[in-house]
Write a protein that binds this ligand. Structure first.
Ligand code: HEM
Length: 367
């Protein structure tokens, strides 16, 4: 663990070793609710935008976290997710058929890795997949809030919430077999979910479903192109797809850092004193290449048999969407390699995007 920056009394820390990252993410001394450290909390009710970000499951502690997670967990358990496989395969086939009709090099991100998870999460939630460009803009503004003008952030978030309000009203009139309809029912019934939490949950699921699996598909394909002998091994035996996905998650972790935690009290952590209110981030990508945990950590090996990576985090905030992301990754890579057995990298300098917390490509040209 080492200090990253200091603002006034508060130090920000970063944890990089595998065992330390797990310890941090499991520890009850590091919490998500930053408002505990605010000296003057306002007595006014926060506006909807503020409360949407304060109420996200990813940013709250138990018991609220436990209650919110319980509401959505049944929709994302591995058995339920497995039922989506035929539909995910169909969507992948359609996207690949469109790609086959194109001439010249194609951008694997724009034409495949991006639309696939979006269409899947949109259908699961019950938001129209045709509106995906809007969601993309809103998600990107929200994620890059630090680099953006405040005005953009507020404007796009307001548009996003107005859009959701309209959708909620429609679904109330005409409920469907989707997650939004079922959460609306939970909200109406009262004590499980309030209005702000409903918005927070949908915004979180849309952003998480948009910005992560695209990186898993893109990063794993890049690692395969960079290690042609591994690509060949996988093409010869597609039963390695699952372990290739796990290795992609470890080697080019799609989520670079965990979200922030704050020390609830002064804590001694591996030789350092973390003061109450200090911010701590875990580097998942660094932990996943810790030589003390992984043999030949810098080697991309799709046949690695022991791969306890923590690309999906650890502890109570462990990724809700992990079974879905794994299934999408598996279907995507299998279909891609069987449809285009001669696929190769077209541009040897793929571009990484610069978004805080995430690691993914903005473009991956293949031929
Ligand atoms: C949480 C990674 C895909 C929904 C997390 C966390 C990580 C992560 C590291 C924990 C963050 C922290 O503790 O600060 C990933 C990766 C993905 C992926 C690498 C793809 C390869 C998805 C998908 C969904 C999703 C597809 C949605 C459908 C969530 C949610 C949480 C979460 C709701 C918060 C869970 C909680 O607070 O209990 N994810 N994620 N993720 N992820 Fe994912």
């Amino acid at each position: 663990i080492f200090p990253m920056s200091q603002t006034g009394e508060q130090t920000s820390w970063i944890v990089t070793k595998y065992d330390h990252v797990k310890e941090l993410l499991k520890s009850k001394s590091f919490i998500k609710d930053q408002s505990k450290f605010m000296e003057h909390s306002s007595s006014e009710e926060p506006d909807l935008i503020t409360s949407v970000f304060q109420n996200m499951m990813l940013d709250v502690d138990p018991p609220d976290h436990t209650r919110l997670r319980k509401l959505v967990q049944p929709y994302f358990n591995p058995k339920k997710i497995k039922e989506l496989e035929p539909r995910i395969s169909e969507i992948a086939d359609q996207l690949l058929a469109d790609i086959s009709r194109k001439e010249g090099a194609i951008d694997l991100i724009e034409d495949f890795a991006f639309p696939l998870p979006i269409i899947v999460i949109s259908e699961l939630l019950g938001v129209p997949a045709e509106d995906r460009n809007k969601f993309r803009k809103w998600s990107q503004t929200i994620l890059s809030a630090a680099d953006n003008l405040e005005a953009d952030f507020i404007h796009d978030t307001e548009d996003f919430l107005t859009y959701l309000k309209k959708l909620f009203d429609e679904r109330k009139e005409n409920p469907q077999e989707d997650l939004i309809s079922s959460l609306l029912q939970a909200e109406e019934e009262g004590d499980q979910l309030n209005r702000e939490e409903l918005y927070s949950m949908i915004v979180l699921l849309i952003i998480a479903g948009h910005e992560t699996t695209v990186n898993l598909i893109g990063n794993t394909m890049l690692a395969l192109f960079e290690h042609p002998e591994q690509l060949e091994k996988l093409q010869a035996d597609l039963t390695f797809t699952d372990s290739a996905i796990e290795e992609g998650l470890r080697f080019y972790s799609p989520v670079d850092f965990s979200t922030a935690r704050w020390a609830e009290e002064d804590v001694d952590f591996h030789g350092r004193t973390i003061r109450r209110g200090d911010l701590v981030l875990a580097s998942l990508s660094s932990a996943n290449r810790d030589e003390d945990k992984f043999e030949n950590a810098e080697t991309f090996d799709i046949t690695r048999s022991q791969n306890p990576h923590i690309a999906f985090g650890y502890g109570i905030h462990f990724c809700l969407g992990a079974p879905l992301a794994r299934l999408e990754g598996n279907v995507a890579i299998k279909k891609l390699l069987t449809t285009f057995p001669d696929i190769r990298l077209y541009d040897s300098h793929p571009r990484w995007q610069h978004v805080f917390l995430l690691r993914g490509l903005s473009e991956l040209k293949v031929a």
